[in-house]
Design a protein. Sequence first.
Length: 130
Amino acid sequence: MEFTMHENGFESEFDFGKLTISGNDEFGFRPYALLVSSVAGCSGGVLKKVLTKMRIDYDDIRIAADVKRVPEEANRVEEIKLHFTLIGNDIDGNKVEKALELSTKNCSMVQSVKGSINVIETFEIQKPQA
């Protein structure tokens, strides 16, 4: 990856398009948002794979991320809470708990921040709306 500086941040070209990064969200993605997105996206993607391998049927997965930062320490990210909402019929909560444990162990982004950022993952199961 190569990043090129511009007036309000940096840019990089990827196969799927240009990524613009800036400390000002008027000009691009903020670095902390990319960090949180990486952790959430990786964790959710691995969870999808694990659920599929465990033959757990679901209609949708939604992820809510809550971030705790420390202003006195350069506003570093201290904690990321990921709350997964699985939507579907007849989803076994015990199996989802095991799937979430496996996804945590196998998500490269969660493992990369382990020891410096506390990642807390919770879930709930909802029935589809009629």
